[in-house]
Ligand binder design. Structure first.
Ligand code: HXC
Length: 257
């Protein structure tokens, strides 16, 4: 592979991206970000790929942004380089992607998992925003996405104490979509990704775009946005195909057009 810190494999229509800095518990440095930007952009551009799974190791999805890389940076360095702004390129991915989390998802690791469309967690998963213990705060969206996901009380508690949240509580709090045994977690995530990959591609993008709009718009604006996008799909071949296939009691044969 052309990458050093991640592994990228295509499994049919599903792209599997594995964070691969085991000695640093997959700490996210600039090289990881650069490689993820390339891998996600390639996925988004490749019509043969219809869902992506981002995962780590059994021990750590990612133990955070790379502390050793940040340690000596000044305000001027951080501000000038707009440190972490490059993650917005990953969140701009228009096609669906899932975070498959086992072990530690701390700091930037938790934040990257929350950038996904949803999280599937192993029962070993531990989420946390321990930045306060380093004298800082989340910097890749954690204070915002965590609060949206689990509400102020739990998000504030996690950010102020740095305590981790286990998989079961993450499930009941709405942080993750599903918890599965660690030894089948990746298999489950890939199966879910295959299900999504089997849907009409434009409908998958549109569903993702409108759910995300709920975070950006008022209810009235969001409902209008949804309806217009829904109307727009009636200009696609796959809407005709999907509804015809239902009536003919057969699976849809999607063209992505
Ligand atoms: C750089 C890291 C790292 C990190 C672990 N390592 N996390 N290196 N950045 N975020 C390295 C360790 O230094 C060590 O390298 C190796 O990975 C193994 O880690 P250990 O600590 O020896 O493992 P263990 O005892 O099992 O403890 C696991 C752990 C602990 C509980 C996850 O590593 C930990 O607390 N990590 C930091 C978690 C954290 O604070 N994350 C937030 C980062 S800040 P060596 O070379 O010593 O063997 C962040 C927010 C960014 O993400 C936004 C604001 C700035």
């Amino acid at each position: 592979s052309e990458f050093e810190t991640i592994l990228v494999e295509q499994k049919g229509a599903v792209t599997l991206v594995t964070l691969n800095r085991p000695k640093a518990l997959n700490a996210l440095n600039s090289q990881v970000l650069g490689e993820l930007q390339q891998a996600f952009a390639a996925y988004d551009a490749d019509d043969s790929q219809r869902c992506l799974v981002l995962t780590g190791s059994d021990k750590a999805f990612a133990a955070g942004a790379d502390i050793k890389e940040m340690q000596d940076q000044s305000f001027a360095d951080m501000y000038r380089s707009n440190f972490f702004a490059g993650w917005e390129q990953v969140t701009a991915t228009r096609k669906p992607w899932i975070a498959a989390v086992a072990g530690y998802a701390l700091g930037g690791g938790c934040e990257v998992a929350m950038m996904a469309d949803f999280i599937i967690a192993a029962d070993s998963a531990k989420f946390g925003q321990p930045e306060i213990k380093l004298g800082v705060t989340p910097g890749m969206g954690g204070s915002q996405r965590l609060t949206h996901a689990i509400g102020k009380a739990k998000a504030m508690h996690m950010c102020l104490t740095g305590e981790m949240m286990g998989a079961e509580e993450a499930l009941s709090s709405g942080l993750v979509a599903k918890v599965v045994p660690a030894d089948t977690m990746l298999e489950e995530a890939l199966k879910t990704a295959e299900t999504i990959a089997g849907m009409a591609p434009l409908a998958a993008m549109a569903n993702k775009e409108m759910v995300n709009a709920a975070y950006e718009m008022t209810l009235a604006e969001g409902i209008n946005f949804e309806r217009r996008l829904f109307h727009g799909l009636f200009g696609t071949h796959d809407q005709k195909e999907g509804m015809t296939a239902f009536v003919e009691k057969r699976p849809g044969n999607w063209t992505g057009k």
